[in-house]
Design a protein around this ligand. Structure first.
Ligand code: ATP
Ligand code: MG
Length: 417
């Protein structure tokens, strides 16, 4: 688990704001999920045989012996929440969540044990139009961040859960006689979660799979129609995509549409967003059959992408922790400075105003002002309050010097900086 320091957190805030803004523009509503749930929820929702439940959860015993787990993902909790509060009954829902998820994985660039997701989900819709809306929303996210040229969309259909079952059986029949040639993980998965074998990065396993039964051949007419419908909508929306018949997802709950946005720019941790349809999940968690579809964006990886995109556009990204810095010319002016600082914040709500603390001569204070990257220092003296005047010292352009202006004129000047 890693720390996110102020100079990184600034970028995180920016990226998060841009992403949530896109979701809000689509009228998805925020929900806040608990960090801990009963382990049982994930075992049933995500699936007993998945990597997540088998070996990646942080599980602890409560004081009264209940088994709880830190959430490894958000969808199971969303279903539980909406279900528990009667919000799936006879209605549709479009919601999003954001926050940390926890998985015990091998940490490396782009893969962490506490990582962050922003996820969107829609419940109660059966058609491919909502799948397209969600994919379009992710696309709008990439455009909003200026990383759309760095990501590629891959799609596939898993068919209905019956189709999936039949395919699973055929795949196991095909691979079992060849199990000696499979890599260790894949051999284990043959009995636990065979479809994940398609995901294997092992070249020998991949070669074996060339002649294996193909999932698309097992997909029924209705599911195929859904998939064709989605593809037409993506074309209409001018969202480029690639069909990848080997795309399966690590979580058990997917049916029909699955998709992933991948990048070449982050090494082997290439997936920045993954999602799909999970029509069986609500029922599996004890509710009435309700279709669902959604995605989760991996924020850690998107922040890394944004960093690359911005570094390409403007090599020197700015490192400024305050916009203006208030200095006091005498210690008695501290009170006046606190008042003026608030007046500045009220007049210019997006201005980041930092006040000097702890005394010291003006030269020392100006040094601090410079170090934090502020564009101007405001020098507070005895008259500042009485005269409603602002003395502005420009820090980035020496030719602009220092001026004392009436408060409103000073505000207008600061606004231009
Ligand atoms: P991966 O194949 O990279 O392990 P996943 O299939 O386990 O991903 P999902 O559970 O679908 O991922 O989560 C959606 C997104 O969350 C991923 O596409 C990825 O961007 C991000 N993500 C998943 N696990 C991690 C992690 N340990 N660290 C950082 N980001 C992650
Ligand atoms: Mg994973």
């Amino acid at each position: 688990m890693r720390d996110i320091l102020p100079n990184q957190a600034r970028r995180w805030d920016l990226v998060e704001q841009k992403l949530t803004r896109v979701l809000q523009q689509h009228a998805y509503e925020a929900i806040r999920l608990p960090l801990l749930e009963f382990t049982e929820l994930f075992a049933r929702g995500v699936g007993e045989a998945t990597d997540i439940v088998e070996k990646e959860m942080y599980t602890l015993a409560d004081r009264d012996g209940d088994s709880l787990s830190l959430r490894p993902e958000g969808t199971a909790s969303s279903v539980r929440m909406l279900q528990e509060h009667g919000l799936l009954y006879n209605q549709t829902q479009r919601v999003y969540y954001a926050g940390p998820m926890f998985r015990y994985e091998k940490p490396q660039k782009g893969r962490y044990r506490q990582f962050y997701q922003i996820g969107a989900e829609a419940y109660g819709f059966t058609g491919p139009d909502i799948d397209a809306e969600l994919i379009g929303m992710a696309w709008a996210c990439w455009q909003g961040l200026g990383v759309e040229s760095m990501v590629n969309l891959e799609i596939n259909t898993l068919g209905s859960s019956e189709d999936r079952q039949q395919y699973r059986t055929a795949l196991v029949e095909f691979l079992t006689p060849k199990s000696e040639q499979l890599d260790d993980d894949s051999r284990r998965r043959l009995t636990t979660n065979p479809m994940r074998i398609l995901d294997s990065k092992n070249p020998v396993t991949q070669a074996l799979l060339n002649d294996a039964p193909k999932l698309p051949d097992f997909v029924d007419a209705q599911s195929r129609e859904h998939y064709e419908g989605l593809k037409q909508l993506l074309v209409a929306m001018q969202i480029p995509f690639r069909e990848n018949p080997n795309l399966v997802r690590g979580l058990d709950y997917y049916t029909h549409t699955v998709f992933e946005w991948v990048t070449q720019d982050l090494g082997s941790q290439g997936a920045v967003c993954a999602g799909g349809r999970y029509d069986g999940l609500v029922e599996r968690l004890g509710g009435r059959a309700t279709p669902g579809v959604g995605f989760a964006i991996g924020l850690d990886r998107v922040v890394l992408l944004h960093e690359i995109a911005v570094a390409n556009a403007e090599p020197e990204s700015e490192d400024r922790s305050a916009d203006v810095y208030l200095c006091v010319t005498q210690p008695e002016c501290n009170g006046a400075a606190l008042v003026v600082a608030n007046a500045l914040r009220a007049a210019l709500p997006t201005l980041r105003v930092r006040q000097h603390m702890g005394g010291g001569n003006l030269k020392k204070q100006l040094k601090k002002a410079d170090a934090c990257g502020a564009v101007a220092a405001i020098l507070i003296d005895d008259d500042s309050l009485d005269q409603r005047a602002l003395t502005i010292k420009h820090l980035r352009d020496a030719s602009m010097g220092q001026q004392t202006l009436a408060f409103d004129a000073g505000i207008a000047r600061l606004q231009q900086l």
